[in-house]
Design a protein around this ligand. Structure first.
Ligand code: IVH
Length: 740
């Protein structure tokens, strides 16, 4: 154990810090310094903000325990950002402070409590705005002219970036309007819009330069260019978030009115701020942008809450580092660094082959992420990704996580390029581009490719189509590619309605190792271990198997449009399928329709029409429909009464409200009209009845008020089948007698 000696030539007092701790402190301090340099001087950080905060916190924790290590040279004591660079140093007219951070509502409450306590009963408002993830700048205007622009640096001295800032389109050279002070410091954040960021990186990669790891580095790197012409070519934006020194005009009493004035001077202020006067409203603002942080054009990493009245800001004052009148609430990070372990390819239900990233699992915004989408090979190339790279992983809203960029500075030389396979990874068929020059590749083996069949079956069973709850991915794989028996019960989706318990019980699949995902083998025989999917250990059907068969039975009578959607015909989504079902009313008639008739359907153009014709031209496709029909699937929305036939609902006025289970809205309207009913969009005294589905809304309330009968979907069915005579109200009147 080594000690440090305090005091010279006298009784020495030894403060012992274990060598191990001292070494760890030195190592961490050097690491923090290095990352700060990469961040502030090079604009090329190699770790995420979260990881950096973690390092700094570890260092602080050591110093908390051994305060003697907290020398003025420790990174915990120095203001970041003062690095020697190629730019000229300039002093800010007034000091640029930082912000204190909070990470939880409890911490925020502590701050709010203090504000409420210190301001007592003084009426005050809080201004809530977004914390823009960019680069702080300080603009000095004299008599309305931009005379200096500087980075924050250490808060006192920054870098002179005036020529660069002058190239930013939104920053005026000359302020206009009234009350322009003799001298004013405008503070704000320069940022790189998210949409433009990907484009910039693609361009950098294409010319052989290093891409930026995230949008903030792109902003900093673009702004801190020796050659301002480079800055000029980058779509930088700025948003004002405060004022420094103001000389020659004292009329601003609130930050919010300051923003209004600043906006009139021609400077870019944020449209997203709100002035509130309650704790609840602050939290509401935080919650709203927590949910919607990706609806904003730039990255945000939190919300800043500021006391609006300047007089009260002065009263609350500042510490050496940050104002007491403002606080940042930081959101959980939406970006994190991890390693790109591999790039694999997946085959979708239409045969499209897409690369996706397998990353070292990390937790981001509350979920563990192992895979990220990569769209197509052009995206892999444009992002400049190499297998083995450290990458920035980003989660935007609810969507699947994506890789933002590689951290090129961490490459070791062992990374390798991704090569798009030329054959389908599941069936080995040579891949084809759909069109000449198309970067999307497809597996042409639509019928037999295990991946395509499995994915089509899963889609057919999904909620958007036949809603077969118990047909998930395990069942889909087992039904189409079991290990035993050799002949799968489902060769194509035409076999769906022919499944029986006898076909399901013998199905065996390979038991997969939960860690490697590979089939497990019997150590003695070397044979693959097999498990049943649909039978329990006694060979009897599992509960879920019975439910699956029941699901399939009821799926036979799903509306036509759901069947049509479920066929995975290119370009035929739910909207086109509904329009086609409404017009043609049976799958047979759609099959027989001419391309012109199909194309003349509302919302169905020539592309969808051609795609339908192409699909039905395939023999095995037509067989799917035949097999379904033979197994008892309805596949039609036949009306019991044909056009030109009797009109049993003549004289009746109907309004339809809410979502019906088995009728699209238009189909319900047509079914009524064809029987002679008048269908109206609103409910009035002359309405005979209202048909109400799910979430019916105000029409039902109005009907109840006017004492008009409300029919549920079952009543509606009966009415369509048997006519108005079948339904009588409480007074015993038939529907067709009520209005007389
Ligand atoms: S106010 C004295 N407002 O965050 C108040 N800062 O972490 C100081 N930032 O250095 C700044 N958005 O560069 C303020 N709406 C906002 C901000 C914001 C981003 C930056 C700013 C500051 C850093 C502190």
């Amino acid at each position: 154990m080594k000690g440090i000696t305090v005091g010279e030539g006298q009784h020495a007092e030894t403060v012992t810090v274990p060598t191990r701790v001292r070494d760890e402190h030195a190592r961490l301090a050097a690491e923090v310094e290095e990352h700060r340099h990469r961040y502030y001087a090079d604009d090329m950080p190699v770790i995420s903000d979260t990881d950096f905060d973690q390092l700094l916190r570890s260092l602080e924790a050591i110093e908390e325990r051994y305060p003697e290590l907290r020398s003025p040279n420790s990174p915990t004591q120095k203001v970041a950002g003062s690095y020697k660079t190629d730019f000229t140093s300039v002093e800010h007219p007034s000091r640029m402070l930082s912000l204190d951070n909070t990470y939880s509502e409890d911490d925020l409450d502590v701050w709010l409590d203090r504000i409420y306590r210190e301001l007592g009963d003084q009426t005050h408002q809080l201004l809530c705005e977004l914390k823009v993830d960019g680069l702080a700048v300080d603009l000095t205007y004299e008599h309305g002219r931009l005379v200096q622009a500087a980075t924050r640096g250490d808060g006192r001295i920054g870098e002179d970036i005036t020529p660069n800032v002058q190239t930013i389109a939104g920053i005026p050279e000359q302020l206009v309007g009234v009350h322009v002070p003799d001298r004013v410091e405008i503070r704000g954040e320069v940022y790189f819009p998210m949409a433009a960021f990907e484009e910039l990186n693609a361009h950098l990669v294409a010319e052989g330069s290093k891409p930026f790891a995230n949008a903030r580095n792109a902003a900093a790197g673009s702004l801190r260019q020796k050659d301002a012409r480079v800055t000029a070519a980058r779509p930088l934006h700025m948003v004002v978030h405060g004022l420094g020194l103001v000389e020659g005009f004292q009329g601003i009493d609130r930050l919010s009115s300051g923003y209004d004035l600043i906006k009139q001077w021609g400077l870019p202020t944020s449209p997203y701020y709100r002035v509130v006067d309650s704790r609840a409203a602050v939290k509401e603002f935080i919650a709203y942008y927590g949910e919607n942080r990706h609806s904003v054009t730039h990255e945000i990493d939190g919300v800043v809450i500021k006391v609006d009245q300047l007089r009260l800001q002065v009263r609350l004052g500042s510490t050496a580092r940050a104002p007491r009148w403002a606080i940042a609430f930081k959101y959980a990070p939406a970006q994190i660094n991890t390693r790109l372990v591999d790039i694999k390819v997946g085959v979708g239900r239409t045969g499209r082959v897409t690369p996706y990233a397998q990353v070292e699992p990390v937790t981001l915004a509350g979920s563990v992420i192992e895979y990220a989408t990569l769209h197509n090979q052009d995206v892999v190339r444009a992002k400049g990704l190499l297998i083995g790279d450290t990458v920035v992983l980003r989660k935007a809203g609810d969507v699947i996580p994506e890789i933002l960029a590689p951290v090129a500075d961490l490459r070791t030389g062992s990374e390798r390029r991704f090569v798009m396979p030329t054959r389908c990874p599941e069936c080995g068929s040579p891949l084809r581009a759909l069109k000449e020059g198309d970067s999307d590749l497809r597996c042409p083996n639509a019928r037999a490719c295990p991946a395509q069949l499995r994915e089509r079956l899963l889609y057919l069973a999904s909620r958007a189509c036949l809603n077969i709850e118990h047909l998930g991915s395990v069942a889909a794989a087992a039904l189409t590619h079991p290990l035993k028996p050799a002949e799968p019960p489902i060769v194509d989706e035409g076999d769906l309605f022919n499944l029986t318990i006898d076909k399901l019980l013998p199905i065996r699949v390979s038991a997969l190792d939960p860690v490697s995902g590979l089939p497990t083998r019997d150590p003695q025989t070397g044979e693959e271990t097999v498990v049943t999917v649909f039978a329990n250990q006694r060979g009897k059907p599992k509960k879920s198997t019975v439910a699956l068969l029941r699901n399939i039975e009821s799926a036979k009578s799903r509306p036509l449009e759901r069947f049509l959607t479920g066929l995975s015909i290119r370009h035929v989504g739910p909207v086109a399928a509904a329009a086609l079902a409404r017009k043609f009313r049976s799958l047979e008639r759609i099959e027989q329709a001419s391309v012109e008739d199909l194309g003349a359907t509302d919302g169905v153009g020539p592309i969808i029409a051609a795609s339908l014709k192409e699909w039905f031209a395939e023999d095995w496709h037509r067989q799917i429909v035949r097999k379904w029909k033979a197994a008892g699937a309805v596949l039609a929305e036949e009306l019991p009464v044909a056009e030109g036939g009797p009109r049993p609902l003549e004289g009746i006025t109907v309004a339809v409200s809410g979502t019906l289970r088995y009728f699209s809205r238009d189909a319900a309207i047509e079914a009524l009209q064809i029987r002679g009913a008048r269908v109206t969009g609103s409910v009035s005294k002359s309405t005979s009845f209202v048909v109400a589905g799910e979430n019916p809304g105000s029409k039902v309330d109005r009907a109840n008020r006017l004492n008009i009968p409300v029919l549920n979907e079952d009543d509606f069915d009966i009415l369509l089948d048997r006519g108005p005579m079948s339904w009588t109200d409480a007074a015993g009147r038939r529907l067709d007698q009520r209005n007389n």
